[in-house]
Design a protein around this ligand. Structure first.
Ligand SMILES: Nc1ncnc2c1ncn2[C@@H]1O[C@H](COP(=O)(O)OP(=O)(O)OP(=O)(O)O)[C@@H](O)[C@H]1O
Ligand SMILES: [Mg+2]
Length: 438
């Protein structure tokens, strides 16, 4: 727009100039035109050529004298514009100015001493001025115009960008796990452009993903649930079989019992995950004393660990306020317990697992830190640790399904807390769990 404005100013300027300067230029030109015609008549083409050289300012310009037939009298080549201008000069003293961006042509008709009509034309080459000369008022006007333009552009850009931002926010929420995230709102729905279409397509996609995930979760829940009753019956039948069978069958029956127990645990874990994700059947409004929960877990874990030449130590600094969280005691307990059990399982023989409970005053969170002295987890696998069925292959068979930490993460998530795992500096895995305090 600025460039267009300047070009127009320049053209207007040139036109106005040609209109207003004509008489003035004519007056200044006539003596030179008269002299040129006189030189030609008296001294011929050579005299005329010499006269051209005497003219002032010929470095940037060139002079021509044409007769009535349009021929240049010193045989210089003549452009069609010059010839056209010359043909337009029909009576003595008539002066015409032609301004274009690159050149100025000034022509005047002159009656020679021989009574012939000649056309004297001066051509001045000029480079176009990049900024037309404007007064101070015009500078302010241009500045004001620029300001208004900038404001307009800003509004247009914002109007264009805001729906894109909206879709991007929804995509980020979806990626963060909020499957109910949608991009289309009433504002965007009113638009009839590509952005509204994009938002609509995004919402279709999100709805489809949500359905798929729900179907998958319901399937998991249904399978686990349906497996529970046959398992219960299996355990009962096992008891009866034990009584009926002879002594040599007992070791096989023990094996069956162990496997049944493991199957039972697996199904319980799956049901827990499904329950947390479905947000159903979990009371989330208990006041949970974390100090007591940690002490209980530590006592049980220490008892179990001592049987395997390991131990558990609990560190609880002086707590200024009670470590009370709101939520489900069972969930919080199994969240911490899963981490502690992993630690006991992976810590090296003869070492101890430490559990620490602190309160973070700034974020108003209780933080439980569990540290072991085991092999830790390869850095590239740390981020997958909390996925369902994820097991670190290098750390050997744990006998588990890889659900423990998934439950922990889900449980912390519904309590608006977080869990993270890092490799401790001295070796071993350090897992931190945080729960908001009441
Ligand atoms: N303290 C730890 N040190 C080293 N590796 C660990 C530790 N805790 C967990 N892991 C690794 O992370 C994996 C996932 O742990 P998770 O508790 O989810 O599953 P699991 O213990 O194998 O089975 P489950 O807990 O369901 O019985 C484990 O298989 C193990 O390889
Ligand atoms: Mg585990």
């Amino acid at each position: 727009m600025l460039a267009t404005l300047m070009a127009m100013l320049f053209l207007l300027d040139a036109q106005m100039a040609s209109a207003s300067w004509q008489p003035l230029i004519g007056n200044a030109f006539w003596p030179y035109a008269d002299e040129a015609a006189k030189r030609y008549v008296t001294a011929g083409p050579d005299g005329l050529a010499n006269y051209y050289k005497e003219l002032p300012g010929t470095a940037h310009g060139r002079a021509y004298l044409l007769d009535a037939t349009g021929a240049e009298l010193t045989r210089q080549p003549v452009s069609s514009r010059i010839r056209a201008l010359a043909f337009g000069l029909v009576k003595p003293r008539q002066t015409e100015v032609r301004l274009s961006i690159r050149q100025a042509l000034i022509g005047t008709a002159v009656l020679g001493p021989d009574g012939q009509l000649y056309a004297f034309v001066v051509e001045v080459q000029q480079r176009p001025a990049i900024v037309p000369s404007l007064g101070p008022d015009a500078v302010w006007a241009v500045l004001a115009a620029l300001l208004v333009l900038a404001l307009l552009c800003f509004l247009i850009a914002r109007d264009l960008a805001s729906p894109a931002v909206q879709v991007s926010l929804a995509a980020r929420r979806l990626a963060g796990g909020d499957l109910t995230a949608r991009a289309l709102d009433t504002n965007l729905a009113r638009r009839n452009d590509e952005f509204a279409n994009l938002a609509r397509d995004f919402d279709d996609m999100a709805a489809r993903i949500e359905t798929l995930v729900q179907v998958q979760e319901r399937l998991l829940w249904n399978i686990s649930h349906e497996l529970r009753s046959p398992l219960t019956r299996l355990s009962l039948a096992l008891g009866i079989a034990r009584r009926k069978a002879g002594a040599d069958a007992q070791s096989t029956l023990d094996r069956i019992e162990r496997e049944t127990g493991q199957l039972n645990r697996l199904i319980e874990q799956l049901l827990t995950i499904a329950r947390i994700k479905g947000g159903a059947a979990v009371s989330m409004s208990e006041a949970v004393d974390l100090l007591e929960v940690v002490a209980e877990i530590a006592a049980d874990a220490d008892f179990e660990a001592r049987g395997h030449n390991r131990s558990v130590r609990t560190t609880i600094p002086y707590l200024a306020t009670p470590a009370t969280a709101i939520g489900s005691r069972d969930l919080l307990k199994s969240a911490i317990e899963n981490v502690v059990r992993n630690a006991i399982r992976h810590t090296a023989p003869g070492t101890e697992v430490s559990i620490e409970l602190e309160l973070d005053a700034a974020s108003r969170m209780a933080i439980v830190t569990v540290l072991d002295h085991g092999p830790g987890v390869p850095a590239s696998e740390l981020e997958h640790l909390f996925e369902t069925f994820y097991r670190v292959s290098e750390n050997g068979e744990t006998g588990g399904a890889g659900l423990g930490l998934a439950i922990t993460e889900q449980a912390m998530h519904v309590h608006a807390g977080w869990v993270k795992a890092v490799n401790a500096e001295g070796g071993g895995l350090k897992v931190q769990l945080a729960v908001p305090l009441r």
